[in-house]
Design a protein around this ligand. Structure first.
Ligand code: CO
Length: 202
């Protein structure tokens, strides 16, 4: 049996360092969570939500999947969104992609990868919706562009969910943001794709 003891050692040291700064931290947090942000990002190990924005436990509700895709039939993602919006009442949903995304790269190329190709069809659709934009670009430029366009597409998708539409109809203060993270320098960029209920015509 492998027990990964070193990870438990790291956990004890981490919990101790937090309690040293704030002895009540965990007991207070255990009573409730009230995050203002829902983060939908890529599963990539280099893109950890809390660390990138330097927020402690309790501040960010998180859903991650390969290539940060919001699919209207994905009960997992939709359940996270519903809980975040209707129960936690988050004020912001952040869709965060990243440059150099392996999922996006795989969607751009015509190599078979098995099961995951079905998931990546959603990213291939983004290429189809924006075919003109890719003409004349080299592979690296196409990859960067697809990483960005995929975020914008997922922003549109989440805005069109019944959960977000109904939240806006109820007058909830809820903004949807499209961001991209650069794994080469650790810097986040806002893609200027923020949508609020003011942008909707009810
Ligand atoms: Co990725």
């Amino acid at each position: 049996m492998k027990t990964l003891k070193y990870l438990f050692d790291r956990n004890l040291a981490w919990a101790a360092s937090i309690k040293e700064k704030d002895p009540e931290f965990f007991s207070q947090l255990s009573r409730q969570q009230a995050p203002e942000y829902l983060w939908i990002g890529c599963s990539d190990s280099r893109v950890p939500a809390n660390q990138i924005v330097n927020l402690p436990p309790g501040e960010v509700f998180v859903h991650r999947n390969i290539a940060n895709v919001v699919v209207h039939t994905d009960l997992n993602c939709l359940s996270v969104v519903q809980f975040a919006v209707e129960v936690l009442k988050v004020k912001h949903i952040i869709i965060c992609g990243h440059y150099g995304c392996g999922g996006i790269k795989a969607a751009l190329e015509n190599q078979e990868h098995g099961l995951i190709d079905n998931w990546l069809r959603h990213v291939k659709d983004v290429i189809r919706f924006n075919e003109e934009s890719f003409k004349g670009l080299d592979h690296a430029e196409q990859l960067d562009l697809l990483c960005e366009l995929n975020v914008k597409e997922q922003v549109t998708n989440i805005c069109n969910t019944t959960i977000v539409q109904n939240a806006w109809k109820r007058g909830c203060e809820l903004s949807i943001h499209g961001w991209i993270y650069n794994i080469e320098n650790g810097i986040l960029k806002d893609l200027g794709a923020c949508i609020t209920s003011d942008d909707m015509d009810f």
